[in-house]
Design a protein around this ligand. Structure first.
Ligand code: TYM
Length: 344
């Protein structure tokens, strides 16, 4: 396999409340990776419109996700932060990938089935083609590493399949144009740590999600200390004391979830957490979790609030990031057009 320079890419949809799952599953890792890699972080507004959006709310959400990135510690000067719709090459490459990906591949995507629900005939074509756009997001920068939560794993496998098929189908043309044996790298998913799948606080069998009708199911990044405390105290548990070993969390999804959240917030393993709280009851553990969550999320929430008063600054970050992203994406599209045989 050809060697590609390491580059990190990831995206977050601007669709309502950002929650602890987005934070621990993705954003915390985005922040960490800045130390070792060049990173591109994208607010994927083209993905957001695969489901109906109100224009004013969409605009506010784009700014909110951007503010969350910055508040969490992403440096938009050293790295690239922008919204997807400002770089037309994402949609352009997605079209090419619609012609590379096979119907059978997309038919297997579980997220489409979940989001489309029973009324599949009435789902947008965009919702169906969502994963080819996601592949384009990554490949338009020829990114090599993609930090995401567990729920995006299947989409990343598809992105690898698309890269592989493109590299195979056009192998001769790729080599003839001096790109060696592969034009697109096969991106590596980075799905690690104790919180790759944060579950609902009300039901340990359901993923924490923006679309859950109960606000008590999630901690939002914008929640204040009192709200965080209330939600953690009300979080579902079971009557047993906490186990002393990780194996004791099996079949106790709510306990496992809260221990995983604690571990991720405190940068520990689940076993470390059980070393401290094993054998104890949930109320002492929950009090410690409230303090920890308030200490970690509180500053992010207040910085987001401060940034929410400065749309001009947020918009300038996005415009600057988009300008830099466009340069990289445009080069890829020129190469892709040559590889495909388009006249340009
Ligand atoms: P989105 O906007 O649904 O979620 C953003 C990130 O948060 C992670 N996540 C979670 N992690 C742990 N536990 C949870 N309960 C939880 N809920 C969400 C997601 O895995 C994701 O990493 N399709 C993507 C956005 C996207 C993208 C991309 C990602 C578009 N293009 C290219 C990577 C590369 C999505 O809908 O994420």
């Amino acid at each position: 396999m050809a060697h590609f320079p390491e580059l990190v890419f990831s995206g977050v949809q601007p669709t309502g409340n950002l929650h602890l799952g987005n934070y621990l599953g993705a954003i915390v890792k985005f922040v960490e990776l800045q130390k070792t890699h060049s990173c591109i972080y994208c607010v994927v507004d083209l993905h957001a419109i695969t489901l109906p959006q109100k224009p004013d709310e969409l605009k506010a959400s784009i700014r909110e996700v951007t503010a969350a990135f910055i508040a969490a510690g992403i440096d938009p000067k050293k790295h690239i932060v922008f919204n997807q719709s400002q770089v037309a090459e994402h949609a352009e490459l997605a079209w090419v990938f619609n012609c590379v990906a096979r119907m059978g591949w997309l038919n297997r995507m579980t997220q489409f089935k979940e989001k489309a629900g029973k009324d599949r005939e009435n789902a947008s074509v965009g919702l169906y083609a969502y994963p080819t756009l996601m592949a384009a997001d990554i490949h338009v920068y020829r990114a090599t590493h993609v930090p995401v939560g567990e729920d995006q794993k299947q989409h990343l496998e598809l992105a690898r399949d698309i890269a592989q098929k493109f590299n195979n189908d056009f192998a001769e043309s790729i080599a003839a144009r001096g790109h060696g044996e592969a034009y697109f790298p096969l991106p590596e998913p980075l799905i690690q740590g104790p919180a790759t799948r944060v579950m609902s606080l009300r039901d340990g069998s359901k993923k924490m999600s923006k679309s859950d009708p109960s606000d008590y199911s999630r901690l939002n990044l914008s929640d204040d200390a009192d709200t965080i405390a209330q939600k953690v105290r009300k979080a579902k548990t079971d009557p047993e004391p906490l186990p002393s070993e990780v194996a004791g969390l099996a079949k106790r999804p709510e306990a496992e979830n809260l221990v995983g959240i604690f571990a991720a917030l405190n940068q520990q393993t689940k076993q470390d957490v059980l070393g401290t709280f094993g054998g104890g009851n949930f109320s002492a553990f929950k009090s410690a979790l409230v303090d920890l969550a308030v200490a970690k999320l509180g500053p992010v929430g207040s910085e987001m609030k401060r940034l929410s008063k400065d749309d001009a600054y947020i918009d300038s970050v996005l415009a600057d990031g988009a300008a830099r992203a466009r340069v990289l994406a445009a080069q890829t599209m020129r190469d892709v057009k040559d590889i495909l045989g388009f006249v340009r």
